[in-house]
Design a protein around this ligand. Structure first.
Ligand code: ADP
Ligand code: MG
Length: 615
């Protein structure tokens, strides 16, 4: 048989290698930022367009490159950072593989301008798909600027695989955070599509964290410090009451490098034991310093996973250091164990047993029909849901009389099929209901017993309500007499701006979205004032978790998130009126049978089922 093995040409090898280094625009951002840090820059600018698909540019004021180095830097395995294998065990730099620029140049259009301190002129090189297409002498400031355009121009499959610009921007922002948080003495600017989204002056760690995540962080951070022979730990954890349902503010750095370590994460979580609910994530920014020879950062191509020589000991030290800090800063005793901010539900079923909710229901209400008459009932629970408002208007005797229920003797109806309640205008159910285990609402129907899952049913009701409002843009907004000031990080504000229109359709109103402290001037009826912050935080968190990635529409996703966060929960007592309202509103829905998350909202236990039990 003839020989069949061939050596791959360089450009093919480069493209293959590129696949490992560059998965998406954020990978390029990481490599370029790290190179700038390695070059000793004190000021770094990141410029991004269209989620990095059109442009990623990093400008630094570091040491720059000579003409020869500038050309060489694009060769594979060309690095100034190590020269022998021994150096691998004493790494002081982020890069060392000499792969990044070669890989990037293989799959994009790269434009580099660079000058060293003692050269009078600099070098300008253009590379496309590994080929130098232009090189010239140029007047340029000391330092390096690398612009990467048209990423994956020669690998369409990869390019098509990229997510929306928003999602790619989110990944880029994550990488930016990881570098910025560990180099507070470097000034960073980050521009997205022409507007500056981060401006981070030189600072100390703590200030850098608040510059990145917003000044609300200031009061949340508890310092952690521990020095042992094996490891030096410094940084901050967030107070337990600010633990979140979603990940996002968990950062470990080892020797100034962002690392992922589920094992060490566990150590931190363990030190919060008893202080936060198991499903919550504590926030932390922890910087570990170890002897470079005791850490192997080589085990993963993108270098976020590391191996410590004695991980168990580091685990133990970390755990006790965090515990100690939490205790020392008196965090534990002031914690109110009973208070669960998640249960600050805006939905006023809770603790409202004595107040009769005035509910108006139009079972034929179709949230997708713009023509629904004003004044006719919609499935809102207005009077029960305006906690904050009621306070403001106490004594003003708000007219609370709305249409009562017209009655439908469901048990005497003819055979119920498909929908439980005929879709005629005025019929509502007014029979007996009771709540089972604070979880189900039970009522009787002709064919037997109807058991409704209160949480899921309410999710369905709210989902259709919000979706309708977003679609027809007619959510009712309650103006807040005193605008609520909430501070958000830049990233979070970018997200708020992205979903701003949908949010205002359901009744949110904002001012000063461009400033760190955003003013909330209006909220949907069902959101109580005390819950606004939580609801917005959750919305943003859901968005970060990828609802920007979901194939469904933003409107649908927003409606889902609102529904999930505002729906009455299992475990909450419901008074009789609310139970009844729930039944009626559920069956006024277009798709009453399933929650927006595709779970059954109700089940029917038929007379036959019951009879069987007695046979
Ligand atoms: P590595 O960082 O692993 O060495 P790279 O491909 O990222 O490999 O970079 C190759 C070389 O190019 C680096 O070792 C460095 O000498 C040089 N270089 C890259 N970016 C810069 C920069 N911003 N400033 C100065 N030199 C740089
Ligand atoms: Mg590098």
């Amino acid at each position: 048989m003839a020989d069949i093995i061939k050596l791959l040409p360089d450009h093919v090898a480069n493209q293959i290698a590129a696949g490992e280094v560059v998965q998406r625009p954020a990978s390029v951002v990481k490599e370029l930022l790290e190179n700038a840090v390695d070059a000793g820059a004190t000021s770094i600018k990141l410029i991004v367009k269209d989620g990095g698909k059109a442009l990623i540019q990093v400008v630094d004021n570091g040491i720059g490159m000579s003409e020869t180095d500038a050309r060489l830097s694009f060769e594979r395995h060309a690095t100034s950072k190590i020269s022998n294998a021994q150096d691998l065990f004493n790494l002081q730099t982020k890069g060392f593989r000499g792969e990044a620029l070669a890989s990037i140049a293989a799959i994009a259009h790269v434009d580099m301008q660079t000058r060293t301190e003692n050269a009078e002129v600099g070098t300008h090189i253009k590379i496309e798909g590994s080929k130098i297409v232009e090189q010239e002498v140029i007047a340029t400031p000391i330092g390096t600027s690398i612009a990467v355009k048209n990423l994956f121009f020669n690998i369409p499959a990869r390019r098509n695989f990229l997510k929306s610009n928003q999602v790619e921007l989110r990944h880029i922002t994550d990488e930016f955070h990881r570098v910025a948080l560990v180099h507070p003495s470097i000034e960073f600017h980050f521009y997205n599509n022409g507007s500056e989204i981060f401006n981070l002056p030189r600072a100390k760690h703590r200030q850098r964290i608040t510059h990145v995540f917003g000044s609300k962080m200031t009061d949340r951070l508890v310092p952690v410090n521990e020095e042992t022979e094996m490891v030096r730990i410094s940084g901050y954890v967030c107070k337990p009451e600010f633990a979140k349902k979603s990940r996002g503010e968990q950062f470990f750095f080892a020797n100034d490098r962002f690392i992922k370590s589920p094992y060490l994460h566990h150590a931190v979580v363990a030190s919060f034991e008893g202080l936060i609910k198991p499903e919550l994530y504590p926030g932390y920014f922890l910087y570990l310093e170890v002897d470079p020879s005791s850490i192997d950062i080589n085990i993963h191509p993108t270098k976020t996973e590391v191996k410590f020589d004695d991980e168990n000991t580091i685990y133990a030290i970390l755990r006790s250091a965090v515990k100690h800090s939490l205790g020392q800063f008196n965090v534990a005793p002031i914690l109110d164990f009973e208070h669960d901010p998640n249960l600050d539900t805006p939905y006023a079923y809770k603790e409202k047993g004595m107040v009769l909710p005035k509910v108006t229901v139009n079972p034929a209400f179709n949230p997708f029909q713009e023509t629904s008459e004003k004044g006719t009932a919609r499935p809102t629970y207005q009077k029960t849901s305006v906690k904050g408002w009621e306070e403001l208007y106490k004594g003003l005797d708000v007219d609370s009389d709305t249409e009562g229920f017209s009655s439908l003797e469901i048990e005497s109806e003819t055979e119920v099929q498909g929908t439980l309640y005929p879709e005629t205008e005025t019929e509502t159910y007014s029979g007996t209901t009771f709540q089972l285990q604070r979880k189900y609402v039970v009522s009787t129907i002709k064919s037997g017993m109807l058991v409704i899952h209160q949480n899921r049913a309410h999710e369905r009701i709210l989902f259709e309500k919000f979706l309708g409002e977003i679609t027809v843009k007619e959510g009712v907004s309650q103006q807040l007499l005193f605008p609520l000031e909430l501070s958000f990080s830049n990233q979070d504000r970018t997200i708020l701006k992205e979903i701003h229109e949908s949010l205002s359709n359901v009744g949110f109103a904002f001012e000063a979205l461009d400033q760190e402290t955003v003013k909330v001037t209006g909220v949907p009826l069902v959101v109580s004032e005390s819950a606004i912050g939580t609801v917005l935080d959750r919305l943003i968190a859901d968005y970060k978790e990828g609802f920007g990635e979901a194939p469904v529409s933003q409107a649908e996703q927003l409606a889902k998130t609102l529904a999930r966060n505002l729906a009455v929960r299992s475990g909450e007592p419901l008074d009789e009126e609310s139970q009844l309202a729930l039944v009626n509103d559920l069956f006024a829905c277009k798709e009453p049978a399933l929650s927006p998350f595709q779970k059954l909202t109700y089940t029917i236990i038929s007379e036959g089922d019951i009879e069987k039990k007695f046979s």
